[in-house]
Design a protein around this ligand. Structure first.
Ligand code: S3P
Length: 428
């Protein structure tokens, strides 16, 4: 499906964005480990979280869907059928594959093949295979890539220092540790998103964080209901659009504000964006609130170091924003962007150049010059990457001649409602 994003009038109004993808994955997975009934409200309807849901169903959970985006997971029969040939389809979802690897590796009498689509099959899995093997896991792999064949065995605890700050690696080891006698710890150089730690704690696990180290001991989880907030990574596209399109003024309701995810707010404020947080509260051990963004002049900034894991998924849209900021924006220490759904450095720089942006690729990031009148009038590719598709779309809203994006259906991975919400904010 081709979509053309055209210059727009100001964005105005109030929207609710989709449910947080990271938290939805964890809600379904952890519910499957409780042995009881868990109601999850505002569960993501993106394709990625449905890959996770299909897998917990394969593992014996019953899933009821009493109303749109509410699911009930009944886990009384989960992981009971001792099969050695489960085939678990992770689709496009790195979170599904990496977190389930930690769960399966410690489930004795179960063996499974975890596989995915072409993009997921090309992504690095060594980062989880190595620590799991240190714990004694039995894994066969395709040169450290998927498919992964994992035979569950009794594991032993480790103290692991991660070579990359990655919530997926940290969560994989913690989930293996959850079912391992003794104390497992994970230490990161910079702290990555901590939804796993918070939700496991909420469900009663023996888990503690001190500075950059998380420790977990074997625990059982209580079946407690979970309500999922909106995804700041999805909100980011609209925050950027409102900050770039003159006279915009929008409110995004019920967005997750966990500090390990709010790097986008910090960076936009540093760029001079007008952002206000309203109605802040804590739900199921996660902060959330409404975000108001009004158009304002922006300036270029340097983004590097500890903030990178706190905004890793927002870098494509930050690069777009930087084209509309006075001066130079430099993004460093973000080399892991090359291992996402696409090589987000190379692909983004390629496509933004086509639109008239002034942007250069560096080994671990990019340098963007602003403020530039974006000519557009070009066809762009999203490389099967939902976040590239939505970032290019938002740039189209400030382009002279519009930006065409091929294969726009990839947005359904995280945000099927995207175009509807653009219409809600611009069609008044
Ligand atoms: C995620 C962690 C991040 C992020 C991804 C979701 C998670 O990946 O990019 O979209 O839910 O744990 P890394 O852990 O590889 O940084």
């Amino acid at each position: 499906m081709e979509v053309t994003a055209k210059k727009t009038k100001p964005l105005r109004g109030i929207i609710t964005i989709p449910s947080d993808k990271s938290i939805s994955h964890r809600a379904a997975m952890f519910a499957s480990l409780t042995g009881g009934r868990v109601k999850i409200t505002n569960f993501s309807n993106g394709a990625d979280c449905h890959s996770t849901l299909n897998i917990i169903r394969d593992m014996g959970c019953e899933i009821e869907i009493p109303s749109e985006q509410t699911i009930i997971v009944d886990a009384k029969n989960a992981y009971k059928q001792k099969l050695d040939n489960y085939m678990l389809n992770c689709g496009n979802s790195g979170t599904t594959m990496r977190l389930f690897s930690g769960i399966i590796a410690s489930k004795e009498d179960i063996a499974a093949t975890l596989y995915g689509d072409e993009s997921l099959s090309a992504r690095p899995m060594k980062r989880i295979i190595l620590p799991l093997e240190l714990m004694g896991a039995k894994i066969r792999h395709n040169a450290f890539k998927a498919p992964l064949f994992i035979k569950g065995v009794e594991l032993f605890p480790i103290d692991y220092k991660t070579p990359v700050s990655s919530a997926q690696v940290k969560s994989c080891v913690l989930l293996a540790g959850l079912n391992t006698t003794g104390k497992t710890s994970v230490t990161e150089h910079y702290i990555s998103r901590n939804h796993t730690e918070r939700m496991l704690k909420y469900l009663g696990a023996d888990i503690e964080t001190e500075n950059n180290t998380v420790c977990i001991k074997k625990s059982s989880l209580e079946p407690k209901d979970i309500s999922v907030c909106g995804d700041i990574s999805s909100a980011a596209f609209f925050m950027a659009a409102a900050a770039m399109v003159p006279e915009s003024d929008i409110v995004i309701k019920n967005v997750g504000l966990n500090p390990t995810r709010t790097g986008i707010i910090d960076v936009m404020q540093k760029m001079g964006a007008d952002i206000e947080i309203l109605q802040q509260q804590t739900v199921c051990n996660e902060e959330c609130g409404d975000i108001r963004v009004r158009y304002s002049g922006l300036k270029g900034v340097t983004i590097d170091g500890e903030i990178i894991p706190r905004l890793i998924d927002e870098i494509p849209v930050i690069a777009v924003l930087a084209t509309q900021a006075e001066g130079t924006t430099t993004i460093k220490d973000a080399g892991d962007l090359r291992n996402k759904e696409s090589d987000r450095i190379k692909c983004l720089v390629n496509e933004l150049k086509k639109t008239g942006a002034i942007i250069e690729e560096t080994p671990d990031g990019m340098i963007v010059e602003g403020k530039i009148d974006i000519k557009g009038g070009c066809q762009t590719e999203c490389y099967h990457d939902h976040r590239l598709a939505m970032s290019l779309y938002m740039l189209g809203l400030v382009s002279k001649e519009g930006i065409e994006i091929n294969e726009f259906q990839w947005v359904d991975i995280s945000f099927p409602e995207f175009l509807g919400l653009v219409k809600d904010l611009t069609d008044y």
